[in-house]
Design a protein around this ligand. Structure first.
Ligand code: MF3
Ligand code: CO
Length: 274
């Protein structure tokens, strides 16, 4: 499988990435305390299929749903279900859409209602770390430059935990392609980045210890210490000088700001990053 894409392929893949953005936007409009996470999954699957996409997660190595919904101490791959969302929950939505031969794969974390300043800082800094990592996705750099930047920002400067067992990845005709993109690393180490590689860059950051475990469902990853985790993900095309972000948080952020059930007071920094 080729690691680089033609400009035409990247343009086609962008549509899949934007359909993920649109799906998460629909979820952002519906999010509120009192609903089940399963209801969000049902809605998202309908939305994706109505728009000519296929929810790639459903059936992927037996994964049963279209969305991964990871709440509070859950890091990634949480199962939608009968859990009823409540004020203060930290809700990460991650999904993958397949259309016209390419996958888009990204994620966003929301806060339901009021929370503490510590949680607001934690979500904001994780989100900022995504852009700190993306800035390194230029030709000539290596995967370790992305990992170093994310780890240095989240752990080095802020003392949060960086999950090591799961990593970002190339994305294209397959959901997971080479190269792997750890959220930690040494500058100048790892695979060389080449123009038109499309990467899923996805810091998975914990408020406390980085130790994790897998729940009995075989999928859901949660923090060992029960403290919250946050996950943001973009799809990024490697370019000379300035990376190109294929996914789009702007409609998600607009919905987040409009939905009075969501806390968006942490997100100001973001607008100028896109
Ligand atoms: N974005 C996640 C990942 O890359 C979601 C995969 S779909 C799942 O791992 F089926 F594995 F959940
Ligand atoms: Co991914």
């Amino acid at each position: 499988m080729s690691l680089y894409k033609t400009n035409e392929e990247v343009a086609i893949q962008r549509e899949s990435c934007l359909m993920v953005s649109a799906t998460i936007t629909e979820v952002a409009k519906a999010l509120k305390p009192g609903i089940t996470t399963l209801s969000l999954d049902t809605m998202a699957e309908t939305f994706i299929r109505d728009n000519g996409g296929i929810p790639s997660c459903k059936g992927y190595h037996g994964y049963p749903y279209s969305l991964c919904i990871s709440v509070n101490e859950q890091v990634v791959h949480g199962f939608p279900g009968m859990y009823i969302l409540k004020e203060g929950d930290i809700v990460s939505i991650d999904t993958v859409v397949f259309k016209n031969g390419f996958h888009g794969d990204h994620a966003y974390t929301f806060i339901l209602g009021e929370t503490s300043p510590e949680i607001l800082d934690f979500v904001r800094i994780t989100k900022e770390s995504l852009y700190v990592g993306i800035a390194q996705a230029v030709t000539g750099n290596r995967t370790g430059d992305i990992g170093f930047a994310i780890e240095n920002y989240t752990n080095g400067q802020h003392g949060y935990g960086v999950v090591r067992e799961m990593v970002g990845h190339g994305v294209g005709r397959e959901m997971h392609e080479d190269p792997q993109i750890p959220n930690y690393g040494r500058r100048g180490s790892g695979k060389k980045l080449q123009e038109n590689m499309v990467l899923a860059i996805e810091p998975m950051i914990t408020m406390g210890s980085r130790e994790i475990y897998t729940l009995d469902d075989g999928w859901t990853i949660a923090t060992e210490d029960g403290l919250p985790a946050v996950h943001f993900e973009h799809n990024v095309c490697v370019k000379k000088g300035k990376p190109e972000i294929l996914s789009d948080f702007r409609p998600i952020e607009a919905a987040e700001k409009q939905n009075i059930n969501l806390n968006s007071s942490y997100y100001q920094i973001l607008a100028e990053n896109q």
